[in-house]
Design a protein. Structure first.
Length: 888
């Protein structure tokens, strides 16, 4: 039976009893009847309302109000029936109010029900006389009869029965609601704890037990300390007192979990606000992951802030209109302003006026979302007025909230720009002379050819090469050579127009581009002006030097490239150099053909050397006194299958220029030594016949020359004393230190050393003494003039012979063709000679016959000296009579 039905039944029975008492004349007063009727009516309304209530809180309030009303009404009715003083009812009501204010509402209802029942029982017992009366609860007269007493008793019993059923159903309802709430709590992921005001746990949900890793009984026994760490238990209890005062508490707590310490967000509140003894409900949520995420976010933000503030690159935040919102210290250092001077100012306020359009366009495209980011090189004006270049990357940033802004990163590239400009300049200019280099010159020639494509002959190029520049480098040093090149570049600039391009192509090669040429005479005048400027001595650290240059001139013929122009100018320059020093030459088409032929000859020469097609002829060296042979000079010959005999003056310089002379010289050394081993000493002559081989300066520059000579001697078995190595005087001037060292190394092999063409170069006693030479060979140019009216040649020959005698050196005269020349030389004291007067160069097979036919002499034949030595290198290509010798 439901609560409403029980109360309705009880009320109906009470109402019937009241009506019966009224009609049977119990003597009740009309007031008592009215109160009784009202009581029953109100009771019916209350029970009907209680039956419709599902809110436990409101239901408890309604039940407690019903109890109070029932108690007062019952007291009044019984008082009228039994005569009890009204003060008892007042005391009863006061006690109920006090209980409601102290106890929880559910307990106050129970206490009220028990008190009402007890009070009614006391009143009834007093009315029927079973309980003695007292002063306070005095019954002055028992106006009722037994029927009235029975009616009062029935009334009290019915009310007690109704109250009992009400309490029972209320408790049942509360249990149902509590069971429902517990089920919800157990399925929740949050932790729910119910505590008494003393801090004792009365209920925990499954999530709490799972985190604490214990059973429910153990958790309720150990209390909150089973879950929280020790430091947080005391903190939690201190916050309980505040919660009991009616103020809900929020806090962060740390719990012991199976996977470590977990952070819990706790909300603590009283279950019955306003009552100090109320239970407390604690709801805890695991926020460890959220806290870690928040910590991560904070750490990330802190790092980003640190990066922002400490970044070497300047970073600025702007709004979409280009106003500064925030800047890091690098921006302040970069622009020279503090943050106050930048925040709120427009971005383009710090740009040069000529860059305003670029800045405005860039910001506008980002604001209109035409682009998401822009990277440009932009200039800014610092606070001190200095303009600096920056690499600017500015990006649009759209926030989730819908707002947008700009982030700009600036890097100072002022030095980089300057370095790039410097590198660009260096890439197209010669660092020594500051002139254009080959790359820039070629580019400008191409540009000029394109501009004047319709008017051939308007572009001219002068190709220059300094004569004997190597001798300056070798004698005065590379520093002096650099000074000379710089001065030559300066003079070339002074000799040309400002619109002309002067370039150093490398080494001692220069080129000049002349634009808008009207006639070849214009180019010739420029070349002559240059040659004239070179006649003025150049003051160097090592002394004054006069330098000459050979100039090749070429004009475009239409349809040519820059490479074609430079090649033709080089060919013309080579032609000028062949004609002599300090000359210029205009390019002609035949020159190109000669250059092609020369290239072909170079290829053929390489094949001839590889196939051992270079042969030797030998010219005797005899004593001037009696003409007895003492040696031969080996001379190279090349007979080409197509061209026929190629003169040594043609292929020897070619071999030196290409470096093939090293291989060719080694082959000649081996061949000459091998041939010399087959020669027999003439009858009556004690000294063996020697062999002389020329070495070029290019050979002496190679360290391998010493090994080449050693190999030739060892393979042929020739006595080193029979080998004489001839070096031109001009070769000794170049790299004198290296030459001296190389000659001493050769001397240590036991060979003899001779200075060829002596008198044509730097002839000096002190200079010759530096080298370990044994023989001086007088150049044929001095021998040709002997016996003529002029005595100059005789004086020079006498000087050379005297110089040799003073140094205890043998002298050999070259190019003797007349008996008179021989007689003068013999009179001057020259011992040895060679030339057509004695014999022309002969083949190897003819040497033995010539030796056999030579006459004997009464004196022993001279032989070349034999001492050890070592020294540097020269180059020599010479012609004896009509024959040329190889400097091998």
């Amino acid at each position: 039976m439901t609560l409403s039905r029980v109360r309705l039944s009880c009320g109906t029975v009470a109402l019937m009893l009241g009506v019966v008492a009224l009609f049977t004349g119990l003597g009740l007063s009309p007031l008592a009847l009215v109160v009784t009727g009202l009581w029953f009516a109100v009771s019916l309304v209350q029970h009907w309302m209680m039956a419709r209530r599902h809110d436990v809180h409101r239901l408890e309030v309604l039940v407690f109000a019903s109890l109070c009303f029932d108690a007062v009404a019952m007291t009044v009715v019984i008082a009228f029936i039994g005569g009890v003083w009204w003060c008892g009812a007042m005391l009863y009501a006061i006690l109920l109010v006090a209980a409601a204010s102290v106890l929880p509402r559910s307990r106050a209802v129970a206490v009220g029900a028990v008190a009402t029942t007890a009070f009614g029982a006391v009143l009834t017992l007093q009315v029927i006389g079973l309980l003695p009366t007292s002063g306070f609860l005095h019954v002055p007269s028992a106006r009722g009869s037994w029927s009235a007493s029975i009616a009062a008793f029935v009334l009290v019993v019915v009310e007690m029965f109704g109250l009992g059923w009400t309490q029972y159903n209320l408790t049942l309802l509360l249990r149902q609601r509590a069971s429902r709430y517990r089920a919800l709590m157990d399925t929740a992921s949050d932790l729910f704890l119910v505590l008494t005001h003393e801090g004792r746990l009365t209920h925990v949900n499954r999530a709490t037990l799972a985190m604490a890793r214990c059973e429910r009984t153990a958790m309720l026994r150990d209390g909150i300390g089973r879950l929280l760490i020790d430091e947080d238990v005391a903190f939690f209890r201190s916050r309980m007192a505040r919660a009991l005062d009616g103020e809900p508490q929020s806090m962060m707590l740390r719990a012991r979990a199976y996977h470590g310490i977990r952070w819990l967000s706790c909300t603590l509140a009283p279950m019955h606000p306003g009552i100090r003894s109320s239970d407390l409900l604690a709801i805890l949520r695991d926020v460890t992951d959220d806290r870690l995420a928040a910590d991560t976010v904070r750490t990330s933000e802190a790092r980003l802030r640190a990066v922002f503030n400490q970044a070497a690159i300047a970073i600025a935040l702007l709004d979409l209109d280009g106003f500064f919102v925030e800047v890091n210290p690098a921006v302040e250092r970069l622009l020279g302003y503090d943050g106050v001077g930048l925040i709120g100012r427009r971005w383009n306020a710090f740009s040069p006026p000529e860059d305003l359009e670029l800045t405005t366009t860039m910001i506008g495209s980002l604001r209109a979302q035409e682009r998401q980011d822009v990277t440009v090189e932009q200039r800014f004006v610092r606070a001190d007025g200095r303009v600096l270049w920056t690499m600017l990357t500015i990006s649009r940033v759209d926030n989730p909230t819908g707002s947008a802004g700009l982030i700009a990163m600036l890097q100072d590239i002022t030095e980089r720009r300057a370095l790039e400009a410097q590198l660009t300049w260096q890439a197209f200019h010669d660092p020594l002379t500051n002139l254009a280099n080959r790359a820039l010159f070629r580019e400008r020639v191409d540009r000029a050819l394109c501009q004047h494509d319709a008017s051939p002959g308007s572009v001219a190029v002068l190709f220059l090469d300094l004569d004997d520049f190597k001798s300056v480098n070798d004698s005065l040093g590379h520093a002096a050579g650099d000074q000379l090149l710089f001065e030559v570049g300066r003079r070339l600039l002074n000799a040309t127009r400002g619109c002309d391009t002067v370039a150093r192509l490398g080494g001692d090669e220069f080129a000049i581009l002349i634009d808008n040429v009207r006639a070849a005479a214009d180019c010739v005048r420029v070349a002559e002006r240059i040659l004239l400027s070179m006649q003025v001595p150049v003051q160097l650290d090592g002394g004054d030097v006069t330098v000459s240059t050979s100039i090749g001139i070429v004009r475009d013929a239409g349809g040519e490239t820059a490479d074609d122009i430079l090649r033709n100018a080089d060919v013309a320059m080579y032609n000028a150099k062949q004609r002599g020093k300090g000359r210029h030459s205009l390019f002609e088409r035949g020159m190109h053909d000669k250059a092609v032929e020369r290239l072909r000859l170079q290829t053929e020469l390489r094949g001839a050397i590889e196939n051992n097609e270079i042969t030797l002829v030998f010219q005797p060296i005899v004593t001037l006194e009696d003409g007895r042979p003492c040696g031969f000079e080996a001379l190279a010959r090349w007979s080409h299958a197509e061209f026929g005999p190629v003169h040594p003056s043609t292929f020897i310089p070619l071999a030196e220029e290409t470096g093939m002379i090293v291989t060719l010289g080694a082959n000649i050394l081996h061949l000459a030594c091998t041939e010399a081993m087959s020669w027999r000493t003439p009858v009556g002559q004690s000294a063996a016949i020697g062999i002389s081989v020329n070495l070029s300066g290019r050979q002496l520059e190679e360290v391998s020359i010493v090994q080449h000579v050693r190999d030739a001697l060892e393979r042929s078995g020739l006595d080193p004393a029979r080998l004489t190595l001839e070096i031109t005087e001009s070769a000794l001037v170049h790299n004198s230190d290296t030459m001296r060292e190389r000659l001493y190394q050769l001397k240590e092999l036991g060979v003899s050393l001779a200075i060829d063409d002596f008198g044509t170069g730097y002839s000096s006693l002190s200079y010759i003494q530096q080298f370990p030479v044994d023989v001086l060979k007088i150049d044929r140019s001095f021998v040709e003039g002997l016996g003529r009216t002029s005595g100059t040649d005789a004086a020079l020959a006498r000087t050379i012979i005297a110089l040799g005698a003073s140094l205890q050196l043998r002298t050999v005269a070259e190019g003797i063709e007349l008996e008179g020349q021989r007689a003068i030389l013999r009179e001057l004291g020259c011992e040895l000679g060679q030339g057509f007067l004695y014999a022309r160069p002969m083949l190897a097979g003819e040497v033995a016959d010539w030796l056999n036919e030579s006459r004997g002499a009464t004196r022993p034949r001279a032989s070349l000296p034999t001492e050890l030595a070592n020294r540097p290198m020269p180059r020599s290509v010479r012609d004896t009579g009509s024959m040329s010798r190889i400097s091998a």
